[in-house]
Ligand binder design. Structure first.
Ligand code: ADP
Ligand code: MG
Length: 382
């Protein structure tokens, strides 16, 4: 987000509604540093907020109607209270679902006009959907004087995504968007909801994190996500534990499981939880270079055991390492999307160009990239 986005949505609001907005709010997308598919297993995650965000200008209206304009797709949608039915289709479901979740939780939410823009890449695994939900929620909470803590905001936004939009995601994306702070990663326990802001001062360590979008459309993501989730739940039931988070002895657990595929799924979740805990230790000690082997191991586990990577993503990770990245992994739910690579400060463009050449040779789309600095969570910006 830039000051530009604040000006853009404010101007567009005035043009459309003939009055100034009551304020401007923003909520970021995220990268997950480590801890993939652990959130719905009651495990650990460690995301940080991106500078890219959804910026929304908003004001209350005198009736029970909501209008929302996205400057990204130049579309305006209108809905009333009777339209707030789970299963709504279209992008506006992410906005209507937030109104629905707030109302369901007993909050009084008055009608409002919203005009938004976003520089979070859509559908790239950087959580443009959570950014949209959390920006809407932050704006509506302030406009209606609702006193809701960041964790509870994340839970409401997740409820929107799960029950209204119909995507069975864990709490990772929304917790990152509402709870992250600048210059820190968020160590988050998805069972107890305990959190810790862990300093992530990569610059002082002479490092940076490159995010590279492989531009791979994730065609099967919804069904594959659901089958992974179901497999984890079945495994937990067979092992007699509430969630895979509770597996203490991995070898003993694997001995109890007959199905080879299920064994690999369990091995990913259990080892990935362990890697998040190790990553927290390295960050607390300021030993950022020690993150690298954990990123590499996380990628191998997602590729071989959880089977959620695709050839573009695997090539990007391999090429990043060949170009001198200390470590790299896919970030996000999988089946396409982005990789992150820990690289020496100032080398991101060179590493990305190398990956771009390898993509050209393989006949893949040209990837896009940026350096991702840990940025602020959701809040009022104007
Ligand atoms: P991700 O969260 O990884 O970006 P999702 O599939 O979960 O991918 O969410 C992407 C969807 O969110 C888009 O297809 C669109 O419906 C909605 N969305 C996100 N940001 C915007 C925006 N600025 N304007 C309109 N729709 C948006
Ligand atoms: Mg999403």
């Amino acid at each position: 987000m830039s000051d530009n986005d604040i000006e853009t949505v404010s101007k567009a609001f005035i043009e459309r509604h003939g009055r100034p907005p009551a304020g401007v709010w923003a909520a970021p997308g995220r990268v997950n540093l480590i801890g993939e598919h652990t959130d719905y297993n009651d495990g650990f995650v460690m995301p940080y907020a991106l500078p890219q965000r959804v910026t929304v200008a908003a004001a209350l209206r005198p009736d029970d109607t909501w209008t929302v304009t996205s400057l990204n797709n130049s579309d305006t949608q209108t809905f009333g209270r009777s339209d707030l039915v789970p299963g709504m289709s279209g992008w506006q479901a992410y906005v209507a679902g937030v109104v629905w979740a707030l109302a369901e939780a007993g909050h009084r939410v008055a009608g409002a006009d919203l005009v938004l823009t976003s520089d979070v890449p859509l559908g790239a695994g950087l959580s443009s959907s959570a950014a949209l939900e959390c920006a809407t929620l932050t704006a509506l909470a302030d406009l209606n004087d609702l006193d809701i803590a960041p964790l509870d905001r994340a839970k409401l936004a997740r409820r929107c995504e799960n029950a209204f939009v119909g995507a069975p995601t864990g709490l990772l994306d929304q917790a990152a968007s509402t709870m992250c702070t600048g210059d820190h990663a968020l160590f988050f326990d998805c069972r107890s909801f305990d959190s810790e802001q862990v300093p992530l001062d990569l610059k002082t360590a002479g490092l940076e994190i490159l995010v590279l979008d492989t531009k791979t459309p994730h065609a099967l993501v919804d069904s594959e996500y659901a089958t992974r989730r179901a497999s984890c739940e079945q495994a937990a039931a067979i092992l007699g534990v509430p969630a895979l988070r509770d597996v203490e002895d991995l070898d003993a657990a694997l001995d109890q499981l007959k199905d080879e595929e299920m064994r690999r799924r369990v091995r990913h979740v259990v080892t990935e939880n362990g890697r998040v805990l190790q990553a927290v230790q390295t960050l607390r000690a300021g030993d950022f270079r020690a993150l690298a082997p954990l990123l590499d191991a996380s990628h191998a586990s997602m590729r071989d055991d959880f089977e959620i990577t695709v050839s573009t993503v695997d090539l990007a990770v391999e090429a990043a390492r060949e170009a001198g990245a200390l470590g790299a992994r896919m970030t996000g739910g999988g089946f396409g999307g982005c990789i992150i690579a820990l690289v020496e400060a100032g080398s991101s463009d060179r590493v990305a160009a190398f990956i771009g050449d390898r993509f050209a040779e393989a006949g893949y789309h040209h990837p896009e990239h940026f350096v991702a600095l840990p940025s602020a969570g959701a809040g009022r910006v104007g």
